[in-house]
Design a protein around this ligand. Structure first.
Ligand SMILES: [Fe+2]
Length: 287
């Protein structure tokens, strides 16, 4: 149990961290956002510019009904693959953008400064985060996709007003697990609590197979957590997780560059550190 940590974050004003983990709170928050005209008018707290949806979707093969059914059953909905031209544009952008090891880190570097998973001073380069992903037109295009936003809005129960894009490299490095954790790589099983109700869209921008930074999740684990899991840390040890959920529910997501999926990240999930090939990923935090 980690009630003290939850209490500490409550005192720090992070109410969503304490409450966003409960399905009942998430459902109640949905209803409140639907009913309250004031909250509907809330200014976006995500990117600094409004991103109204465009008329045509990139994901013509997907439907809202199918995506919602998949999300509610498996915590993940595939069918949001990006066209190759947009993948190329984002790879190009992230290859030449300055990068940070963590957001708000003063130190900047470029992808070409990373050699064998280390920066020039020998410190490990676990991730390279693009500080301003919205400067890339293809990223803005995804953020404005009408079908993606409709799926997110129907799932949340209210239109997503916070759309926070994260574009980042995960490098092949011999960094220790502790170094990875310190640098923000989420290698441990955990669930997200970044708002009262939320989901994430994720897109591989490099080919992801074994050893290339596969995203893994426990299908359906957005539902049915024990009280101990809900009241404790959002991170969980393997033993505790697989005592509660069957191991055969683990889904390791592989796919070519462009593979995209929407995820209810209140499910247990984790990043697999790339062992043989670096990965570039676009994530949108939606709430
Ligand atoms: Fe996460």
């Amino acid at each position: 149990m980690n009630v003290a940590n939850i209490a500490r974050r409550l005192v720090a004003g992070e109410l969503h961290y304490a409450l966003g983990r409960f399905e009942s709170v998430r459902r109640g928050y949905s209803a409140l956002r639907r009913l309250s005209p004031r909250s509907r008018q809330r200014a976006p707290a995500g990117p600094p510019i409004a991103l109204p949806p465009l008329p045509a979707t990139l994901f013509a093969g997907q439907t809202v009904e199918r995506a919602l059914g998949d999300l509610r059953r498996d915590s993940i909905a595939f069918g949001f693959d990006l066209p190759w031209s947009m993948v190329e544009e984002m790879v190009e952008f992230a290859t030449h953008s300055p990068l940070q090891r963590r957001l708000r880190d003063d130190r900047m570097f470029y992808r070409h400064n990373v050699h064998k998973g280390r920066l020039e001073d020998g410190s490990p380069a676990v991730m390279g985060i693009v500080p301003d992903p919205l400067d890339c037109p293809a990223v803005r295009r995804v953020c404005r996709d009408p079908l993606l936003m409709e799926c997110a809005g129907k799932f949340l129960g209210f239109p997503a007003t916070k759309i926070i894009p994260r574009l980042f490299w995960s490098f092949v490095t011999d960094a220790t697990d502790d170094e990875r954790r310190q640098l923000g790589q989420t290698i441990d099983w955990h669930f997200d609590v970044h708002d009262f109700h939320f989901c994430s869209a994720q897109f591989y921008l490099t080919d992801v197979g074994p050893g290339a930074g596969e995203h893994a999740l426990v299908r359906g684990s957005h539902h049915g957590k024990s009280l101990r899991m809900l009241m404790g840390s959002a991170n969980v040890r393997d033993e505790q997780l697989f005592t509660h959920f069957d191991r055969d529910r683990v889904l390791v997501v592989e796919g070519p560059a462009g593979t995209g999926f929407l995820e209810d990240t209140s499910c247990y999930h984790r990043a697999t550190p790339p062992a043989s090939r670096e990965r570039l990923m676009l994530q949108l935090w939606l709430s």
